[in-house]
Design a protein around this ligand. Structure first.
Ligand code: AQP
Length: 306
């Protein structure tokens, strides 16, 4: 079986982007692949954190995986920091990672700018090396990620190739290895729809945990009335009807894509169904679909958390 690894950080509140871009896809993948889904708590400490909150969020994130349908009889589910080899391999990899590669990472540039110099630890810079270690440790074939992680995955591939070049082949055999390559070079698995779920208040920015306004995202644990209210208040435009792929209507495209994924309908079916709707009608359709989809997850979660 081909192998897949993926994880989510136990920081902030897991939102619809994390769900549609990552967790939801795991449910199908676990039937076909050898899957490892972990809670990446070591990544979560790269920005200032509260230890008690992190410990609770780690358990809550595990419960959420299960509530979303991750099945422990099919997938290995664990906490990253419980497997010391992640941190150990990271040290070995960091010794062969050029600092220039890390300085180019967009996420580092953005997060360090937001956090301010005083709050930026070295861990934020070396974050992608830990991610490479998470993946290479398991000789993964594929890594399901949203668009935002594409650059980090590219770095993982370059690192695997670098290690294979430096230590692979005959050198690897002399060290007791099989010869050939030390690491498998993994491929990204980016979902065709949902890879970049956008903010509810700005169709050009990604939905994210760290956005200051909670109105910009649907959290998986938002109650019914909060979901309805957020959808009601989300950004619209003054064009008639609803349509996909109009660059002047990023919010419309984003909400239709969310509806497509949540309803399980095809893009054509959604385009046809919603073409003549006004914003008001479409928003209540979307809010109802989201509530119907998320309520069973929330119900299981409440049971797990008892
Ligand atoms: N908006 C998104 N659309 C699609 N996929 C997304 N992912 C994150 N945001 C979106 C995917 O979720 C997985 C978990 O990512 P993470 O644990 O690294 O999440 P994060 O970076 O803490 O979450 P955010 O919201 O992305 O945080 P900030 O505020 O830091 O920007 C990954 O597979 C990711 O691609």
């Amino acid at each position: 079986k081909k192998r897949i690894v993926s994880g989510v950080q136990p920081t902030g509140s897991i939102h619809l982007g994390n769900y549609l871009g990552a967790i939801r896809n795991w449910i199908l993948l676990q039937n076909t692949y050898d899957t490892f889904f972990f809670i990446v708590d070591l990544h979560a400490i790269t920005l200032p954190y509260d230890a008690q909150q992190l410990s609770k969020a780690t358990r809550d994130t595990a419960a959420l995986y299960l509530a979303c349908g991750v099945d422990t009889s099919k997938a290995s589910v664990f906490v990253q920091s419980h497997v010391r080899a992640h941190a150990e391999l990271m040290w070995l990899l960091s010794s062969v990672t050029p600092v220039g590669w890390l300085n180019r990472m967009i996420q580092f540039k953005e997060k360090s700018r937001k956090a301010g110099d005083e709050n930026v630890g070295v861990g934020l810079l070396t974050y992608p090396v830990l991610m490479a270690s998470d993946i290479l440790l398991y000789q993964s074939d594929f890594v399901p990620v949203g668009e935002d992680q594409k650059q980090h995955l590219e770095l993982t591939r370059e690192l695997a190739e670098r290690v294979n070049h430096l230590f692979g082949g005959r050198k690897w055999k002399k060290l007791g290895g099989r010869g050939g390559s030390v690491f498998k070079v993994p491929e990204p698995l980016i979902p065709p729809v949902g890879a970049r779920v956008m903010s509810l208040t700005d169709g050009l920015s990604k939905m994210s945990k760290s956005a200051p306004s909670d109105q910009s995202r649907i959290n998986l644990l938002d109650p019914k009335d909060v979901i309805a209210n957020k959808i009601k208040r989300c950004k619209t435009d003054s064009f008639p009807g609803m349509e996909f792929d109009n660059p002047e209507r990023p919010e419309c495209n984003n909400l239709l894509s969310i509806y497509q994924l949540i309803s399980g309908k095809t893009k054509e079916e959604v385009a046809e169904e919603c073409r003549d709707m006004n914003w008001g009608t479409f928003k209540s359709l979307l809010a109802d679909a989201l509530i119907d989809h998320l309520q069973p997850i929330q119900k299981v979660l409440r049971k797990l958390q008892v």
